[in-house]
Design a protein around this ligand. Sequence first.
Ligand code: ZN
Length: 288
Amino acid sequence: MTELPARRLLLVHAHPDDESINNGATMARYAAEGAQVTLVTCTLGERGEVIPPALRHLTGAALGEHRLGELTAALRELGVTDSGLLGGAGRYGDSGMMGLPDNDDPGCFWQADVDTAAASLAEVVLRTRPQVVVTYDDHGGYGHPDHIQAHRVAMRAVELAADAGWTVPKVYWNRVPRSVAEDAFARLRADLPGLPFDRVAAVDDLPGVVDDDRITTAIDGTAYAGAKAAAMRAHATQIDVAPDAPYFALSNELAQPLFTTEYYELVRGERPRERESDLFAGVEAVAR
Ligand SMILES: [Zn+2]
């Protein structure tokens, strides 16, 4: 068995683009610092709405294939070399937004058997032996079926891997502290006249916003702001990133802040007394 890097991080996301929006700075920083950074994406996002008019002809499988190319380009910007699609490309279909008939498609991720999907992910956990797993909260951050399912599958995979010989010491959910979101939106509203957006999202539109006291960890990725913005730009079908300003919009055209400090809530592992600045804090770095 080849020796693994001493620090190992696994992120589980629903669609191509979620990794860059939520964790782009974190991924770039740990990759640059020599940690093993592994991304598992559960679907190809082939039901996503396409922003650029010139690409709107892409739908279904063609869009999924295109988004896989965007993901590859984004990971290159982040310096991340280990990634895969859960169960292989196309195994789980995008479920579409909550409440749509797409949710009933038997091939969609929302209809997947959690234990079966988690067994596939547990194989990745056993191969990569992460000390840290990052995913969404039980609401998927904002209620998208694929994000909720990614949460369920990730949490179950951690249990299955523990039974099979690798106990993940720390599991985190993606978060944004309410005060940080409110401050960022105040700046955004002030900056709006100089931005290529007409309207602004609301704090409650952001995934994972919680009261500040729930935040256990803040990762300062300021030095990787450029890499994160470049990775987000690589997802051109999904994200419209402002030039030279830390803002972006999704297909709803509502401007929102682009965070380069990324926040987390530790949900497995001993809760720290003070806010951590390193996902691996307290973890013994062991190559094995
Ligand atoms: Zn998503």
